[in-house]
Design a protein. Sequence first.
Lengths: 456, 169
Amino acid sequence: MKALFIISGLGILAMLAEIFKFKRALYPLVLIGILAALVANFTEFNNNESIQAFNNMIRFDNVALAFSSVILITAFLWFILANDYFTNETSLTDHFSLVLFALTGALMLTAFSNMTTLFLGIEILSIPLYVLAASKKNDVKSNEAGFKYLIMGSFASAFLLFGIALIYGATGTFDLLAIRAKISEGMPLFFYAGIIMMLIAMCFKVSAAPFHFWAPDVYHGSPTVIMALMSTVVKTAAFVAFMRLFLVGFGSATSVWAMAMAGIIALSLIISNMTAAAQSSVKRMLAYSSISHAAFMLMGILAVNPIYSMRAILYYALAYSVATIGGFTVLYRVEKQSGNTYDDFNGLAKRNPFAALGMLICMLSLAGIPVTAGFFAKYFIFTALIGSTYKWLLVLAVIMSCVGVYYYIKVIIAMYFKKPTHQEPLLIEKSHTLLLAIAVVLVLVLGLLPNFVLSV
Amino acid sequence: MGYSITQWLFGILSFLAIMFALMVVFTRNPINSVLYLVMTFFCIAGHYLLLNAQFLAVVHIVVYAGAIMVLFLFVIMLMNLNQDTEPQKTLMTKLIAGLIGGVFLAVLVGTLKGAEQLSFSQTGASQIGMVKNLGIVLFKDFLFPFEIASVLLLGALVGAIMLGKKEIK
């Protein structure tokens, strides 16, 4: 709860910085603020006082606190990655406040327990992002990304609202727990239509196939740092919302949505991995791979396992976010030097051995090779799902993971076994070296001590 | 079975709302489309009145029909949109869109079956739309969403300014 206030307060402070001229002090202030929010989160842990604030509109229980901590950690790492996104004199404070407002929405989504807070959270998260996607104002692709994201996002929001309206019509309440209690009394048919519409809307938001068409274009067109934000913080937040809605709210109506979700997962796995393997740009490959990771996290929801589902998704979100941030750090520097195709990674091991090693470990983690965090993330998801009726999905997921290994290894081959196309060494500034080191250490520590997160 | 005045009004308003909404989609000229949308909003405001929600009805007309639609008209006139520049859809696209829309409609209508047996016992529901009661609900039960909506508005505002302003040289 306090974290939410701190982050939204920081967003307003960022706007004041323009008037009172402390723009230079803003960057350290925001980093300190996020750390403070993280500390506030830890103090609230296992402390039931703040659970039922505001008439049960928002509910910061332990699950919410754990996920919002993951989001805050990722956001902190992201701010280190994106340091030169905040150097443009004209729109420095705007960028800060938009990112912080989006973060406010993300925190709300971890803790909502009412349909109104869900809808507001999704909108607070999305609207700043539409603008941020278009923030490279002179680039046509960035403009297209922003516009596409706006249109598709509004479309999804309309579906969400329609779903909420139908569910409200059937139950007479917005409260998730009250809805859950009412499901067992038997519901009219249009209640289930409402659930399906909300499923569609949430799949839009997490970019699961067949509602993924906007994602590669939007991700590819946006500035690289914004893409990093979208595929880590935003994705995690959307997933927590998805999970809370379907496990807490509609957990006892699985007969309606489980089959549809299994189909969505299968489609996402096949389409994203097959298309990712065919890409020549690493940035676009990462966009498609984020769809495939979305499918894996959806499998955690499909398991509807009260103990394992949430933990598996928590671990997956953390492992995926950290490895992605690490990968983006290298991609960002390589892109600044030359471009974002596989060829630009050629011979990186000679041009900057440390960056190549960092990229290697992050890619291995995303591919799910043992010892890294990514392996255990997939392992926990599979364990959660193995008890359910959807065992055929596991087979498909394992096959598609192998396809995934192919396109992640392609980056590694380019870095270590190909002759460099650019001879000059790749320079990485100190803060980014530090960030990469943190990401690598986190990936390895999470992989070696997975129980650390699961004990939450 | 005789119908009361409210039921007659409900029927007429619903008919008009649906007709105007269809006209929004089917008219080729964007300006006519916007005007039909304004009419749709008026019909929906009428529905709010029938539900004894005067405040909502007034706000609906002032905000949607008044402010937002005027903005729409301005944009359409400034961008000089007319039907010549609108790209023609192929027959295939139309067919698929019609099919998907039709299936969607069938599902929705199908699920509404059985809804007529639902009954609600809402005590004091007839007074809920009055400004006073609305204010009490907004500032008591829905205080958090009400306050956090300000962050949403701020975000949209900052975003619009960021996209609109000139670069400092």
